[in-house]
Ligand binder design. Structure first.
Ligand code: NDP
Length: 313
């Protein structure tokens, strides 16, 4: 028999769990599918020190366990499983889990998040949590008075380099082209910053270090006649080469921007389909913080609750 739920939440980061807490406390009996990475991106960072309510800081994994416990305490059913396809053309909406079970849902809250892009070199995995990070706001604090490198030449890279320059003693930017892609104002900011050194036309070959990152092996003008190998000493290696929103299964069903982020009708979390809401990084390429995601998760649950009550569901 097909399972029918009033509020189906897809994804288990701060947005999904916050939506679950609010939906459960509003008696919507939410069912939350955890997805591929239970707990979401925060489980790959080390310490979270910028989430209010944790004055001593907390690891990302512990924090997400707390979110989960709080959601379950009010009756959220948290289930292992990944949404593999959706059909939003009908009411109730249909969501298929693990290519098998079809769930009918009166409302759906999408909080599938985004995934930071990595270069794909094995050392990124080897040094994960030991000097490699994809979030300067999360991890920059650990590099006070140290030397770090930021990979990328877009707005994110410039923003992260600028942020890190307020903490670290020196920041390299590793840029593969001979120019930055970022907006002019961001370019000017990094160019004028005495702590930032931009290494144009450099690619990363690997990282080195005993118990964590101690440096990076770079190559200048890769593939050219004057190609040159360069090593830099660094304590932290930050990726800022973009994010992928996890929206592949919603393509053709919901309106998205050019990057694939779900478009919502600010200040609500309404998507282009009635009864379907988007919260967190899946609809936000700009802020991408646990606290901003949690905020939109709350809004999505309130939006869903209003829809259900207006439609007597
Ligand atoms: P972008 O796609 O704009 O930039 C990615 C950067 O990473 C580019 O410099 C790109 O190089 C580089 N890159 C990509 N892949 C690799 C690779 N394999 N090796 C080395 N370098 C690589 O992503 P952003 O995250 O910077 O920005 C995303 C969007 O968000 C943009 O529209 C941006 O304007 C916006 N944004 C706005 C901000 C603001 O207004 N405050 C802040 C942050 C983002 P190349 O140029 O050679 O392709």
């Amino acid at each position: 028999m097909t399972k029918r739920v009033r509020c189906l939440i897809i994804g288990s980061g701060p947005a999904g769990y916050t939506a679950a807490i609010y939906a459960a406390r509003a008696n919507l009996s939410p069912v939350l599918y955890e997805g591929m990475q239970p707990g979401g991106q925060l489980t790959t960072t080390t310490e979270v020190e910028n989430y209010p309510g944790y004055p001593e800081g907390i690891t990302g994994t512990e924090m997400m366990d707390d979110f989960k416990k709080q959601a379950e305490r009010y009756g959220t059913q948290v289930v292992r499983g990944r949404a593999t396809s959706v059909d939003f053309s009908t009411s109730p909406k249909k969501v298929t889990i693990d290519n098998e079970e079809v769930i009918e849902a009166d409302t759906v809250i999408i909080s599938t998040g985004a995934t930071a892009k990595y270069l794909g070199i094995p050392d990124e995995t080897k040094y994960a949590g030991m000097g490699v990070s994809a979030c300067a706001t999360c991890d920059g604090f650990f590099y006070r008075n140290k030397t770090v490198a930021v990979v990328g030449g877009g707005d994110t890279a410039c923003e992260e380099a600028t942020y890190l320059s307020g903490l670290a003693s020196k920041v390299y930017m590793i840029v593969r082209k001979d120019h930055l892609r970022a907006s002019q104002i961001m370019q000017d900011r990094v160019m004028k910053n005495p702590k930032i050194e931009i290494l144009f036309e450099h690619n990363t070959l690997g990282l080195f270090g005993e118990n964590g990152v101690e440096g990076a092996h770079l190559v200048k003008r890769m593939g050219e006649a004057d190609e040159e190998k360069v090593d830099i000493k660094i304590d932290g290696f930050f990726l800022a080469i973009g994010h992928h929103p996890n929206t592949d299964i919603f393509k053709g069903q919901l309106e998205m921007d050019n990057e694939g982020y779900i478009t919502t009708q600010f200040p609500t979390t309404f998507t282009s389909v009635e009864g379907v809401y988007a919260a967190g990084d899946v609809a936000d390429s700009l802020y991408r913080q646990a606290i901003t995601s949690a905020g939109t998760g709350c809004r999505a649950a309130i939006d869903a609750e209003r829809y259900l009550s207006e439609h007597n569901l």
